[in-house]
Design a binder for this molecule. Sequence first.
Ligand code: GDP
Length: 330
Amino acid sequence: MSKRALVTGITGQDGHHLAEQLLKNGYTVYGLIRGQNNPKRTAFEAAFPAVRLLEGDLTDPAALVRAVEDSDPTELYNLGAISHVGYSFKNPSLTADVTGKGVLNILEAVRVTGRAETTRVYQASTSEMFGGLDYNRPGSGYDENSLFHPRSPYGVAKLYGHWIARNYRESYGMFVSCGILFNHEGEHRGPEFVTRKITQAVARIKLGLQNKIVLGDLYPKRDWGYAGDYVRGMWQMLQHDEPDDFVLATGETHSIEDFLTGAFAEVGIDDWRPYVVQDPAFMRPAEVDILLGNPEKAERVLGWRRETSFEGLVSLMVRNDLALEAVHAR
Ligand code: GDP
């Protein structure tokens, strides 16, 4: 049977990895793209001429119904969201509409077009739903049964998305699986996230294009994995017999200081301190101090394995940015 996937958020980091993997697996891939003159459109079309783009916004139910009818997907990956925690504090209402209610809109589009039994849905849930507070922090890492206590408008909106996805699974018997993904990074990560901000700056410092990097808090710890590994897990969730929730994580946690140490070491700089300036503008009204995930269920039930280590991730991101920035240095 021909496999058709509809991907929202296809121009984002995960959309990029997913489009690549689905095309390789023989899928017909449709991507939902937002906005008149979307600045990412041209680059995306050049990279993925085989992907069929449909126009629509997660806040526009009629557009989603049209996109679902036009693509008639066997699998739908809802990756579209306002995905940046810092930005969500500045735009909480928009974040609720897109990241939260957008999930309801896409599920309704599947249901009202009569596809509740034929379209499998992946919902991009997140470790930001846990919040990293002391009382709520299991030593072995957060798993599918851990308590939620989101610490940002983004985390709260994602928690609504998570529960409405589960509700559609329970109410209508829909195949909806939620991947609770811990931070995942790589060469397609946006520069507004701390890892890419660091690797771009390190490359530019090495090449003499810049001499400082301005960051917020350096103590928070994250469970950082490679996006390519995690996107493979999303696909595995939709190939499984039953819809369910799965944590994807590495089971390791590292501070931003650790990331700085690794990234600067990659270009032969032992002490990063002279290059780093802290600015409260990059600190958050409420911080998630530590995230650590336990991927045991995904490993056992799906056979998922991450292949890239923390050191491998830092190294691949720095090397990628060195190659990109070297063009400017010439
Ligand atoms: P998040 O875990 O989804 O919020 O991913 P980010 O990459 O945006 O942030 C990871 C951690 O880095 C958070 O604890 C931020 O507060 C911290 N951080 C420190 N400086 C910066 C910065 O300049 N930019 C960003 N994005 N995060 C920073």
